[in-house]
Design a binder for this molecule. Structure first.
Ligand code: G4P
Length: 529
């Protein structure tokens, strides 16, 4: 196969959902279709239940699962599909944001009874930042839920997206009859408890055809006809280009647990979802078809075995062909590296690969040479953009409780924050270390891992902080003046860049108003001015 053909058959995507909407269930059904797993229950939920947040076993269990499910590759009808796992727990939101930098499209899952939920909203915001095309799957139609028209209105309004229904449900809950495919003009009947097969689909050329009344009953047939009339009048026709530009989202209805509507979703997905796209660097746009290999690290995962402190760095290939044992250029470190055991992920199996193509994710064994956002090339000194850190919201001072282990503590903090578990700031006045996270759970994860992997003891102390934001100014002298004025509220990030620590929303607002020349940034990636 040529490089072009390899690229064209790849689809790299993620499923975004609020916890409990059915992500694990849908993932499993997709893998079953791809023949990647044989039995139900093979995909473990990576959910962290609220009450187990202090349970370290739970954290370890979660870490184990999230290695296994980071990337699930499978083949389906000639397509190579890479499904990237996005942690649902909000404390791992930053991990999810970064994973979304490595996908080309997403499927957004909505529970038909709950509608738009907080995590859905946040995750969609991230997709919007990157113009990622979205397909919507409305799940759990076998349960009573909201009226489908109201649901679509709610999604359009709350998420500010334009929807294009592809399929339409006939009733729901106990009286759920199935879905009508508006594009293929076919009806798929729902038989609760039975294995759903393609044979359940009946082509309906004309909605006024009487067979439909026989199949679902006269009353439901009348409702379906009037619903379809309303949809055709109310929603413009689906335009693939608009979807690819992230302007509209097709919508499907189904029930993941009953494997209903999943095949329809997958078939449409391979038909319309984008193949690997290019990415922007500080120098130029990189296209997947560029001859030379390039890629970026979007996730780093520590080895579960504390005796081996190596990690797996997940690389998304952007262009060219990746080959095992070939020299590649690590731009930040300015040196060549060779990988003898690059790993590919097929379903939950890992295997060493000799080559990989744009859209693929490979795992590289890493002895602390990678940071999130690092670029690998065939020699070109460019850096991929768009893998930022977000300004954290929760902060604590880290206190060393075993002075004999200071080195270990510092090393542990350095490495764990390289992995992106949290961000580390060092105050300029007293060199105290401040950890910033987006979720409370990360503090426990760090403390636990410092102890178990680095034998370092630590405790936390409260720090009164509202936000940490990066600061810059065209006039270097003015920036220095501001830093001097606010020295007690200035820290360095890991790269030594100045960060303003605001104690309250008010303090931040005052600082912004009084210093109009200083720019306050809420993501780490900004034009250096
Ligand atoms: P998540 O990964 O998004 O958090 O969700 P997950 O798949 O774990 O699903 C959450 C719950 O919703 C599970 O039930 C699952 O069985 C159920 N579910 C998923 N799809 C459907 C559907 O189409 N219809 C109905 N009625 N339920 C669905 P649970 O009771 O929490 O777990 P389990 O004991 O069933 O595994």
């Amino acid at each position: 196969m040529t490089l072009q053909e390899e690229i064209a058959r790849r689809k790299t995507f993620g499923i975004i959902a609020h916890p409990d909407a059915g992500k694990t269930t849908l993932t499993e059904k997709l893998l079953l279709f791809g023949g990647a797993i044989q039995t139900a229950g093979a995909v473990k939920s990576n959910k962290i239940k609220k009450h187990t947040t202090s349970d370290f076993m739970e954290i370890e269990r979660q870490r184990g699962i999230s290695v296994a499910t980071s990337v699930m590759g499978f083949e389906y009808k000639g397509a190579k599909i890479n499904l990237l796992d996005t942690p649902g727990h909000e404390d791992f939101a930053e991990d999810t944001y970064r994973t979304l930098t490595a996908v080309d499209s997403v499927i957004m899952l909505i529970d038909c009874a709950k509608g738009v939920e907080p995590q859905t909203r946040k995750l969609l915001e991230v997709c919007r930042m990157r113009n990622t095309p979205v397909i919507v799957f409305i799940n759990k139609l076998d349960r009573e839920g909201k009226n489908p028209f109201d649901l679509l209105d709610e999604i359009e309004k709350e998420l500010r997206i334009d929807l294009r229904p592809f399929s339409w449900p006939i009733s729901m809950g106990k009286s759920f009859k199935g879905v009508y495919n508006l594009y293929e003009k076919s009806l798929t009947i729902f038989n609760s408890g039975e294995k759903q097969t393609e044979e359940n689909s009946v082509e309906i050329k004309d909605l006024n055809d009487g067979t439909i009344d026989k199949l679902i009953g006269e009353d439901f047939a009348i409702t379906l006809r009037s619903d379809v009339e309303l949809i055709e009048a109310g929603y413009p026709k689906f335009d693939k280009e608009e979807y690819l530009e992230a302007m509209v989202s097709p919508v499907f209805f189904g029930s993941a647990v009953n494997n209903f509507g999943v095949k329809e979703l997958l078939d449409a997905f391979i038909e319309i979802a984008p193949s690997p796209r290019g990415r922007t660097t500080n120098l130029r746009e990189v296209l997947p078809t560029d001859k030379n290999f390039s890629g970026f690290i979007f996730k780093i995962h520590a080895n579960l075995d504390p005796k081996h402190r190596d990690r797996i760095a997940f690389l998304r290939i952007v262009s060219g062909k990746f080959e095992r044992n070939k020299n590649y250029f690590h731009v930040r470190e300015n040196r060549n590296l060779k990988f003898s055991n690059p790993t590919a992920f097929m379903a939950q199996e890992k295997s060493v690969v000799d080559e990989a193509f744009p859209g693929d994710i490979i795992g590289l064994y890493d002895s602390n040479i990678f940071k999130i956002g690092d670029t690998l090339t065939e020699g070109e000194k460019m850096n991929f953009k768009g893998i930022p850190q977000f300004s954290p919201e929760l902060f604590k001072y880290v206190v060393n409780t075993d002075p004999l282990k200071t080195k270990q503590l510092n090393k542990g903090l350095e490495q764990l924050t390289d992995e992106g578990v949290a961000q580390l700031f060092t105050k300029r006045t007293d060199n105290r270390k401040v950890l910033g996270t987006v979720g409370a759970l990360q503090f426990e994860v760090i403390q636990h891992r410092l102890k178990s992997e680095y034998s370092a003891s630590s405790s936390y102390e409260h720090i009164n902080l509202y936000k940490a934001c990066w600061i810059s100014c065209k006039d270097k002298r003015k920036l220095e003046e501001f830093i001097h004025d606010k020295l007690h509220h200035i820290a360095n990030d890991k790269e030594g860049r100045p960060v303003f620590l605001a104690e309250s929303a008010w303090a931040l607002q005052m600082a912004q108003e009084k210093n109009p020349d200083i720019k306050f940034h809420f993501i780490s990636e900004f034009k250096d001015e």
